[in-house]
Design a protein around this ligand. Structure first.
Ligand SMILES: NC(=O)c1ccc[n+]([C@@H]2O[C@H](COP(=O)([O-])OP(=O)(O)OC[C@H]3O[C@@H](n4cnc5c(N)ncnc54)[C@H](O)[C@@H]3O)[C@@H](O)[C@H]2O)c1
Length: 399
């Protein structure tokens, strides 16, 4: 096996998340899709036609496929634990979409299974993989601007009104914005602040009785060393904070001027949860829909990092740095294709044994923050964090 051979990947779950990785899988020579597992025959057929690999209806069968060396788990959150444990027991490296799991017990089960099997476990994609986040992290690690003092992370979207499976609207099954969207924002903020959260004080909003899960939160996260971060997310928004990201959407696409209110309009035309779930599958693999081509890096809303000697603002094209007397824009390298950073991480882990920051233990720590937000909001009390891990770069680990 040469060290630059493509990673032979099996995909578990050919839904929306897979669609968002499709551009990377189609265009990156460092990964080859050799198998997939999906309950829907239409998705399996589309996969075989496009990638020529083997498909399975059962996860166990995919895990027994000897050609597969790593799996990408893109099934609903509540299935992650069973699928990841099966993959780890079969000796497959794992890329598991965020959040790691719903319960901390399931999260621990996944981490322990991967550690016992000696396989890499990467929790992603999350927007902490986005290149401008890595640029900001690099600048922070260089100490050019001094210590990180305060972070503001803010995102206003229509998330709650996009088509959902019924369980995506039930908090106990991992529904709501804290698990699905908080996972992105928490990962970004932890990465920039050094990873070690100490305490959370939060409130959540569940304001729409028709969709009775949390659609918004605002949390104050205090880190070891004193940095404080405010994380605010609303999936109920009419205001769209992408206006502050140059009109570029989360996936790096330019937003059409007539896109206003589209999610709510589409939802108003259907009735009942079955019709809604069916609407969601029109956005999945094999349905004929395709991902939009991005023009810049993905992002998760405005993020401002205040350091001792300057501030950093993340944009989809790079980072703006505000010093005492001058400001400067540092462009990110040219975009290769969507989510190339996730392939970087998978390839480096599997081929060179260089895991990214976003390991299983990292994902467990971010999941702990999701639970802390929910608990703090429920009890109106601060919640201490006990499962946090620091932001290690590959450099730290291998020097
Ligand atoms: N990183 C991101 O930007 C991003 C975006 C969307 C979703 N996600 C994550 O991806 C995961 C899936 O969410 P989604 O929105 O794609 O849901 P989805 O419903 O669109 O896709 C889930 C897929 O899993 C399949 N599935 C169900 N049971 C299965 C089984 N036993 N074996 C194999 N496949 C099975 C379903 O048929 C479906 O195609 C979630 O954890 C979510 O948080 C991440």
């Amino acid at each position: 096996m040469t060290s630059d051979a493509p990673v032979r990947l099996g995909v578990i779950g050919l839904g929306r998340a897979f669609m968002l990785m499709l551009d990377a899988f189609r265009s990156d020579p460092r990964v080859r899709l050799v198998a997939a597992c999906a309950p829907r025959a239409q998705s399996r057929e589309a996969f075989e036609k496009e990638f020529g690999g083997r498909t399975y209806a059962e996860v166990e069968a995919l895990c027994a496929d000897g050609e597969v060396e790593a799996v990408y788990i893109a099934t609903p959150h509540q299935m992650h634990a069973d699928h990841a444990v099966a993959a780890a027991r079969s000796g497959k490296h794992i890329l598991i979409d965020k959040p790691l799991a719903v319960s901390m017990e399931d999260g621990r089960r996944i981490v322990e299974a991967a550690e016992k099997a000696g396989v890499h476990l990467i929790v992603g994609p999350s927007h902490s993989f986005d290149t401008p986040v890595a640029q900001a992290r690099g600048l922070i690690e260089s100490s050019e601007l001094g210590r990180v003092c305060m972070i503001q992370a803010f995102n206003y979207t229509d998330f709650l009104y996009r088509p959902r499976r019924p369980e995506e609207l039930k908090t106990s099954e991992g529904g709501g914005v804290v698990f699905s969207q908080g996972a992105h924002q928490i990962d970004i903020v932890r990465l920039l602040a050094g990873g070690l959260g100490k305490r959370i004080v939060a409130l959540t909003g569940a304001w729409d009785p028709e969709r009775s899960t949390e659609g918004a939160y605002s949390a104050l996260m205090i880190f070891e060393g004193g940095c404080g971060a405010v994380l605010t997310y609303s999936g109920y928004a009419h205001f769209d904070s992408d206006i502050w990201m140059g009109g570029i959407g989360e996936l790096g696409q330019r937003k059409a001027a007539d896109a206003y209110g589209m999610a709510r309009k589409a939802l108003s035309r259907i009735s009942g949860s079955q019709e809604e779930a069916a609407l969601k599958t029109t956005r999945t693999y094999g349905s004929g829909a395709g991902p939009q081509t991005p023009e810049s890096y993905e992002h998760f809303g405005p993020v401002i990092v205040q350091c001792e000697r300057g501030d950093i603002r993340l944009t989809p094209a790079g980072i703006q740095i505000y010093g005492d007397f001058e400001q400067e824009f540092r462009f990110a390298p040219a975009l290769r294709h969507a989510r190339s950073e996730v392939v970087d991480a998978l390839f480096d882990a599997v081929r060179f044994d260089r895991p990214p920051v976003q390991t299983g233990r990292w994902g467990l720590a971010s999941l702990e923050v999701c639970h802390a937000i929910l608990r703090s909001a429920e009890t109106l009390q601060p919640v201490d964090l006990v499962e946090q891990v620091p932001t290690h770069s590959n450099k730290d680990r291998h020097n």
